[in-house]
Design a binder for this molecule. Structure first.
Ligand SMILES: Cc1ncc(COP(=O)(O)O)c(C=O)c1O
Length: 365
């Protein structure tokens, strides 16, 4: 079911970014945003599109103290015929529902999410960037918005969507993949079993920032996380899912531990690899097995998957200052093929034989 919402248009439109080759990630936001309220007993109500503006929050609002919030990340892409499309938005809605359950927050129905996204993009469609490798990043988020110091689930929530024209997440991901260096983090952890690792909540990211700072000291872009209990098994890379190709097997961490964010791109990668007849295993992989493979030459590729960069290749691991190059340090063939196929489908340049794209009733010049 499709919903429509009242629109209050801005009387003060912002200038659009001049240089579309340098949009960054969340540097520019469009003229409007979507807002909706939830109240216990009433459910979700009063969805509306309003001019983009700061939110007014009571300083005692529970989200500012106890972080009862969640967010999502997805993109709208421009097809060669000018029609805009989303990529597997039902997966984002389902992940939101699982996150809501973990955070004792109300579930937002999928039809509301997708209708709100479509209508907001339609209102701000003149912000859709044109330059190659650009897209519209969509950030839905929900937070407990109740004035109370009791550390209990809120009874009132605000749902907001903001959208941002963005460029390639890594400048090097414009066609041929570049590679980055990744620091193996064996002190700080991202997520523990029983915690919130499988959910998309702000606390997971705030708690990770110290580790990213450490990685930078070793000239690394991001962190390879190890499991919280044994500090032994590889989990994710920064804010992306991680894949390791050892010999002819591609390995990624299993979801059963509850510590891995079930990425939309991760699922797409696994399904494409299976279709291509590549052996793909969702299993635990120890850092010892990985480093031994790096040393004996059987480690062929490491890559990360996520909405922001699609696929990014890793050229070198660093363990406490010691470098472990991944094969010849260049992006591997599977990473490159996945990038070409997925990004091609997302932008309508490769036929969508998986039924993943979600064309919108919006066409731009
Ligand atoms: C921790 C984490 N892992 C993995 C991902 C990749 O998920 P997706 O492919 O849905 O963007 C993200 C990004 O959303 C993330 O924040």
């Amino acid at each position: 079911m499709k919903y429509t919402y009242p629109v209050t248009r801005t009387t003060n439109p912002k200038p659009h970014p001049q240089d579309e080759t340098n949009l960054g990630f969340g540097q520019y936001f469009t003229d409007h945003m979507f807002l909706m309220d939830y109240d216990e007993g009433q459910g979700w109500h009063d969805g509306r599109i309003v001019p983009y503006a700061p939110l007014s929050i009571d300083p005692a609002s529970c989200v500012l103290h106890y972080a009862q919030m969640m967010f999502e990340g997805m993109k709208a892409y421009r097809r060669p015929d000018g029609r805009l499309q989303l990529f597997r938005p039902d997966m984002n809605a389902k992940r939101m529902a699982r996150t809501a359950d973990r955070m004792a927050m109300p579930v937002l129905p999928q039809d509301i999410l997708i209708s709100a996204v479509e209508e907001l993009i339609d209102v701000d469609k003149d912000w859709m960037p044109k330059a190659p490798d650009t897209s519209m990043y969509i950030r839905p988020f929900i937070f407990g918005n109740e004035v109370s110091f009791s550390a209990m689930a809120a009874k009132h929530y605000t749902f907001c969507i903001i959208i941002a024209p963005t460029g390639a997440y890594y400048a090097s991901n414009t066609g041929k993949l570049g590679t980055s260096r990744i620091y193996v983090q064996d002190e700080y952890i991202r997520a523990a079993q029983g915690g919130t690792g499988f959910a998309k909540v702000g606390g997971n990211y705030g708690g990770a920032m110290r580790a990213t700072e450490v990685a930078k000291q070793f000239n690394c872009k991001d962190v390879l996380w190890l499991d919280a209990r044994d500090h032994k098994y590889v989990e994710e890379i920064g804010t992306s899912n991680a894949f390791f190709r050892i010999g002819d097997e591609v390995i990624t961490a299993p979801l059963e531990t509850g510590t891995i964010l079930p990425g939309v791109t991760r699922d797409s990668v696994i399904n494409l690899l299976k279709r291509w007849g590549v052996k793909v295993s969702e299993r635990r992989l120890s850092i010892d097995e990985l480093l031994a493979a790096a040393k004996d030459g059987s480690l062929k590729e490491i890559f990360a998957s996520g909405t922001a960069a699609v696929i990014s290749a890793i050229g070198c691991l660093n363990v406490k200052g010691e470098d472990y190059p991944v094969a010849d340090g260049e992006a591997g063939e599977i990473a490159q093929k996945l990038y070409n196929e997925l990004y091609g489908m997302q932008t309508g340049k490769v036929e969508d034989y998986m039924g993943w794209t979600y064309p919108l009733d919006i066409v731009v010049d």
